[in-house]
Write a new protein. Sequence first.
Length: 484
Amino acid sequence: MNELKVKVQSIDELLKCSLSIPSYQRPYRWTKLSVLQLLEDINTAYKIKKCEYRVGSVIIYNDEKNKTLEIVDGQQRITTILLLLKSQKNNVANHLLNLLEYNHIDSKSNIITNYDFINQWFQDNKDCAILIQYLLEKCTFVVIETRDLSGAFQMFDSQNGRGKELEAYNLIKAYHMQEMYQINSNHNDPQKRSCDKRWEDAVHFKTEDDNVITDILRKLFNEQLYRTRLWSRESPAYQFSKNKINEFKGLSFSKGLPDYFPFQYVLYLEYLIKEEKISETTALSFKQRYNTIENNEIDVFAQINQQIINGKSFFDYIETYVALYKEIFLIENKTLREFRDFYKKYCCDYNKHTRVGDIYLKELFKSAVFLIYDKFGTDIFLKYYKAIYSIVYRLRLEKQKIQYSSIAKYPIDNYQIFHVIQYAKKVSDLNILIDWKNIAVNDCRHYTETIVEFFISSGIEIRSNDEKNRKNIKKLMNEVNKTV
């Protein structure tokens, strides 16, 4: 029977426990603003003489085998408190910080930055010794301790599912890490460390040319994966959120093939291959459909709309689409230069491209081209992306205002782009995209010059009931014809 303990502990009591930070934890990423807020809250509680100040809650997994208490939730706050104490030469904090493992480069950088900030704050404030005493003795945590790691993850999910700080995809990460623990309970297992590193690198991907940090996972889950999976099975797709994460919870094969999955033998074979329980002898050539991506980043079995297999297979699935996202939208390469120039001009740089409706259109376009790249590879992607653009962006011309509800239903009620791509058995099945591309825009209500220019240069007829729009279209048509 799994025992659950809930108790209130002072910080002094909690820090004397054998705490550890498991490898699946997110890096320490508190900003100076978060640190300042905690300092001011504690200082205010001390000044008004509160007999107890509740700092928050922490979820602990009691790993009896390794005789440690793993911090499942609460690492950010505990680390910050340790830095507060370390700055005032507290021996317990010094010792614990030396024992805890902060392996990610972001953790180490933020620890240094915040420690310097804390030192400066204490230099500017009086009564440091008394404040530290108050912190140790009067500030408390609600400590939730369990001997069941699965239960700890469930509480983590429940605690954070309604919060504001945690992205939905981090709840998915916790869920699949839990599956890996069913196979190997060692939190220092190299596989878990590798999955964690790949995940966090995708959260903070920095391009070499402009040093802009992009959260690829946020874009992947919000744009390319969640909604594409729904659109492909002809369901309206609204925004991804914490109550939609079941889409990425799949089958568990860690204990063999369950009786209640009688038709999943092919997936089970895939699982065995990827877990190196049987040798992989075929299918490696499938990676070659991507002309420029390193093979070691691609899961040979991955498909956006595949049945999810829990655990390491899920992390391999995500790594594949992180690699594809970087290839299509972030990393410069000669093969996709034509597309990147097109995408920049017709999705990112035209007048008023930052309007909410235009952003919705761009996300829809990115999802559709991502799916065709995933299924057919580079060459077919380059052949059909303009057809997809014309199907998506005619909405910008036909509607004065584009609402999210329109985008959520558009691939279902109008042109079934995702369904066509997903279920195409041969390349010629995609030619219907060309047929749809050539359908005239019957009522151009919204004149956007760059987009209108694309339609005209592609030979697509644009009609309008608005006199001003008709004049603008005719003028631009003459200009385009002169350059041809």
